[in-house]
Design a protein around this ligand. Sequence first.
Ligand code: FAD
Ligand code: 2HG
Ligand code: ZN
Length: 487
Amino acid sequence: GEDITAFASLMSSPSTSIITTITPSESSSGVKPVQADELDGFNQDWMNKYKGHSQCVLKPKTTQELADVMKYCYEKRIAVVPQGGNTGLVGGSVPVEDEVIISTANLNSIREFDEVSGTLVCDAGCILEVLDNHIAPKGYMMPLDLGAKGSCHIGGNVATNAGGLRFLRYGSLHGNVLGLEVVLPNGEILDGLSTLRKDNTGFDLKQLFIGSEGSIGIITGVSIVTPRRPSAQNVAVFALDSFEAVQNVFGKVKSHCGEILSAFEFFDQDAFELVQGHATAGVKDPFEARHPFYVLIETSGSNKDHDDEKLSGLLEELMEGGSITDGVMAQDETQVGSLWALRESIPEAAGKYGSVYKYDLSMPIPKMNELVLDMRARFEERGVIGKDKTIKTVVGYGHIGDGNLHINIVADRYTPETEALIEPYIYEWTAKQNGSISAEHGLGVMKAEKIGYTKSKTSVAYMQKVKDLFDPKRILNPNKYLPAQRS
Ligand code: FAD
Ligand code: 2HG
Ligand code: ZN
């Protein structure tokens, strides 16, 4: 297409350097210079924390076009960064320097949907919510859901192995993705768009690309199995007075509603206050007072009467045993949305309040709140936390049902000094619990050098070999995902 012709003419002078700067002045063939303001949205990440200065964004319309671009880049050794919806939270989707940005925005066709098996095959640039809306009338839903659903691409979800709000019920993309079509760094197309549920023939290569964050190939097509959309859904938010109570309630919820449970999320009072003060819409406080902790539970089933019965059994036990101090249950779709907004708008509210240092950690559930308290104490000791101080607030929330804590530290701005107050302390703390420094957001540029807190030297060495096997010239997403290697 036009983009590629433009690219080829811009690139016509042979280059051997890994990073090639394309300035409008190099364009001798009537190619329209790219306007700086158009580029900003592609160069800047969602948090305004990471910014590259690429002069070139390509939006191929077909897998073959993308393959042609990669072949060219491989020959000339030009670095590229794959970009989906640019909602990633570790700086992986934007250039570190001036890498060419390859956006999947124009790879957005739904290829097929099988209504018997629930198998969906689509282009990588389809927006998650668009896919969910497409299959909803057919009685199906996407097996993942996240706050960024209105802009993230399914290819980006697969590339980050996104977890999200219903991981607890539907599991990882490692289980739900049935096949992938991938353009390799040298332009070869790895055509693996299988729709088979079972296929034990050789290495399952697609698994390598799930969670590879654009380091070894660009995903162009996704085949994914989708579950039935539940006909009955209930959402409740409970208020609790301690983190012990949160854990206790988790046990009780599982024993009453285990097989219909589709989400178990928690947020602390500071996260709740943040949303009350800074989120945009639909976040009215449904309670009369503020509470130290909140949990949101969702059930999804096929028989409303059965589910209601199970929930009333649960509520009875929780109220009688004093496990919760208050609770609200959604009575209709609108209230379902409002209760979910209390949890889903935490990242947005944090971003409105200041510059956010985000930590996405796996650890034993009992340790989670200890870390949040420890971080607050650390800042208090140094006198840096408060409304008008360097650190405005520290909030804890997340997918407690999956052992995944999110800590958002909202600062007045991003500075190396503030970062040094948090890192490596928080990573060391997590490593001591044998936790993970990235439960679901990935490594990107933020944590490429930190992988050793969670993975052994041997594992990292084999990861480097996989990288070299697919991308020997290291043109895909340089400076990200894995520690820098000497060439
Ligand atoms: P991008 O941000 O564009 O890219 C992410 C990474 O994948 C980059 O390294 C990029 O190079 C690579 N990449 C993108 N597309 C491709 C491709 N086609 N082929 C190869 N590599 C590619 N994440 C969770 O896991 N759980 C959550 O609950 C969650 N909630 C979020 C809520 C909000 C409000 C926001 C802003 C983000 C949230 N995220 C969450 C993080 C983010 O949305 C996910 O990581 C998402 O999967 C990224 O998709 P994307 O299309 O925006 O990818
Ligand atoms: C969520 O669960 C996302 O809301 C974002 O994973 C978490 O912003 C964050 O830290
Ligand atoms: Zn999350």
